[in-house]
Ligand binder design. Structure first.
Ligand SMILES: CC(C)(COP(=O)(O)OP(=O)(O)OC[C@H]1O[C@@H](n2cnc3c(N)ncnc32)[C@H](O)[C@@H]1OP(=O)(O)O)[C@@H](O)C(=O)NCCC(=O)NCCS
Length: 173
């Protein structure tokens, strides 16, 4: 499958309302953080999209803003950061976009920003997220059991990571 073409660009003010719509969709927010499980105010969403961030990009397909990705929680001493991705336009799911975006962010994180290790996490029932991390070469580091309450039950959170030398050796191929 050929992934849809996309560009990563700086987020803009006109992305904020679209992101409000994305986060209002239960299918989009269900596996995000607890703070996204209730309606968010405009300033809160503005902070997600435009607030201070180490490395945050808008994902754009066919000229349309479809989500956010990037690297946060940068630790200069350990040369680590945490990957995140939200594709809010559900018509773009399951086409290979998430996998293509994660690979591009890894490439930039390791070879552009000089990271040594990129970490990430996802809730165990989030199969799409699990698959894109696996396919990019992330390996499981641990599991926080019964970490978050979703859909009437406690669900596990899986912690994963990838190292630059693993990426260079083709771990993400
Ligand atoms: C998770 C997310 C980034 C995946 O993006 P995507 O563009 O759909 O990812 P891809 O198309 O590259 O890969 C997804 C894979 O998971 C599969 N998948 C998705 N839902 C699935 C399910 N419920 N059961 C089994 N497989 C599933 C898809 O079929 C696809 O596999 P395939 O290529 O073999 O068909 C996107 O769904 C998203 O942003 N969701 C909302 C926010 C979110 O959960 N972010 C991650 C938080 S950790």
């Amino acid at each position: 499958m050929t992934a849809p073409a996309f560009v990563l660009r700086a987020p803009r003010a006109d992305d904020v309302l679209a992101y409000c719509g994305f986060l209002a969709d239960p299918d989009v927010h269900v596996w995000l953080e607890d703070r996204c499980q209730r309606p968010l105010s405009l300033p809160e969403v503005q902070a997600f999209v435009l607030g201070p961030a180490w490395c945050r990009w808008a994902i754009e397909c066919d000229g349309a803003f479809v989500g956010l990705t990037g690297l946060e929680d940068y630790d200069a001493t350990r040369a680590t950061a945490r990957f995140f991705i939200v594709i809010g336009d559900r018509t773009r799911w399951n086409l290979g976009l998430g996998e293509a975006v994660i690979r591009r962010v890894l490439e930039h994180g390791f070879n552009g920003l000089g990271l040594r290790k990129i970490v990430s996490d996802f809730m165990a029932p989030n199969h799409g997220s699990r698959l894109i991390h696996q396919r990019a070469g992330f390996l499981v580091e641990g599991c926080a059991r019964q970490d978050s309450w979703r859909q009437g039950q406690w669900v596990d959170r899986i912690y994963v990571a990838m190292f630059k030398d693993q990426f260079d050796a083709g771990g993400a191929s």
